[in-house]
Design a protein around this ligand. Structure first.
Ligand code: PLP
Length: 391
């Protein structure tokens, strides 16, 4: 029956069924270990045979409920939840690649993923080509016989560039490689890369899935054979999600559809208002028809998401003045929560990158990244309009 359910019904009810004692809210199994009655039973559980649980780093019923829910919403066969988004990304990348392999990824990905590709992988004899544009042609030009993963992040950070997921998937599969997508910015409500053919999707569940800036979590979801191959790596690297944190993400997911509708609507309204402001040079939002990725985003996304970035006139000092003048939006890293969060990359998150490299990555000095929350949109428009006077 759940196959025919809409997104919100699936987000709330999962695949149906009841919890222990017919509890409406799932129980939190805050335990590290599980008793078994015979040594044979324990030995079987340790190698994933038989019914039941063994040790929370192996698996936990609360975490399993979250994994099933995300697999259902993303259209995946299996999922493994992790203690952070980077826990999921590191496990997928290090678990699927081996010495001699090659990966292609955009230069502009989430910073820690970028560091994994550029600094950690070479230490294991794995090469990464980081491409400056995110179109299929750029991926194709970077292919090598050893290419094993094409890594996608769309919309990406901080310019909201859009990649044609189905196009990169076709390229990857034609080359005998895998397509791995970070779907954090879009959320499973707005976009399902697995349905477009991707092999594995990763999320920072810290963002929209949790949704309230109160839990750090991650998840990988996709083909069962790949997830089963990743499971031993996950257990050895050990980025385990605490069961209570799993429960918080599961609770957040119940309102994901509602929240995303509001994030999508607020971001579009704010993007339009900012685009019309005299102190604004440019707004990057895939929902605006002038955004270069608008057509592809329209095809592959259900909504354009809650993330946008805006270039204010006056360079680095003006950007800093504007973010400090905001009264409703909060100056804080991270994204995807109910509060509007703002960062100014040139003076904070990307301050360690030389100005020339920032420019190469398209991070202009006056660029402000906004994770548009679900507040009343008039208050957000007022806040930004007022703050822009400080530019
Ligand atoms: N992927 C994206 C797109 C992100 O923005 C982030 C964090 O900001 C991550 C992954 C990493 O997630 P976490 O902080 O949960 O490790």
């Amino acid at each position: 029956m759940h196959d025919r359910w809409g997104f919100n019904t699936k987000a709330i009810h999962g695949a149906g069924g009841t919890h222990a004692l017919k509890a409406v809210s799932p129980p939190i199994y805050e335990t590290t270990t599980f008793r078994y009655d015979t040594v044979e039973e324990g030995a079987a559980l340790g190698v994933d045979r038989g019914e039941g649980y063994y040790y929370t780093r192996w698996g936990n019923p609360t975490t399993a409920a979250l994994e099933e829910r995300v697999a259902l919403l993303e259209g995946g066969e299996m999922a493994i939840a992790t203690g952070s988004g980077m826990g999921a990304i590191s496990t997928v990348i290090l678990g699927l690649l081996r010495t001699g392999d090659h990966l292609v990824a955009p230069r502009a990905t989430y910073q820690a993923a970028h560091e994994l590709f550029a600094q950690i992988l070479p230490r294991y004899g794995i090469e990464a080509t980081l491409i400056d544009t995110v179109d299929v042609e750029a991926y194709e030009a970077a292919l090598r016989p050893q290419t094993r993963i094409l890594y996608i992040e769309t919309p990406n950070n901080p310019l909201l560039d859009i990649t044609d997921i189905a196009g990169v998937v076709r390229l990857a599969h034609g080359h005998g490689a895998l397509a791995v997508a970070d779907n954090t910015f879009a959320s499973p409500y707005n976009q399902n890369p697995l349905v477009l053919g991707a092999d594995v999707v990763v999320h920072s569940a810290t963002k929209y899935l949790g949704g309230h800036a109160d839990v750090t979590a991650g998840i990988m979801v996709g083909r069962r054979d790949l997830l089963l191959a990743l499971r031993p790596h996950f257990r050895i690297h050990g980025p385990v999600l605490d069961p209570f944190a799993a429960w918080l993400v599961l609770r957040g997911i119940k309102t994901l559809g509602l929240r995303m509708e509001r994030h999508n609507a607020n971001a579009l309204t704010l993007a339009r208002a900012l685009a019309a402001h005299p102190k604004v040079e440019r707004v990057h939002y895939p929902g605006l028809p002038e955004h270069p990725g608008h057509r592809i985003a329209h095809r592959q996304m259900r909504g354009f998401g809650g993330m946008l970035s805006v270039e204010v006139t006056g360079g680095i000092a003006a950007g800093a003045r504007v973010v400090e003048a905001l009264r409703t939006a909060l100056l804080a890293v991270s994204l995807g929560s109910v509060e509007t969060l703002v960062t100014h990359p040139a003076s904070t998150t990307s301050v360690g990158i030389p100005a020339a490299d920032r420019a190469r990555a398209g991070i202009r000095e006056g660029l402000i990244r906004v994770s548009v929350g679900i507040e009343d949109v008039e208050d957000l428009v007022d806040d930004f309009t007022h703050a822009l006077q400080a530019a």
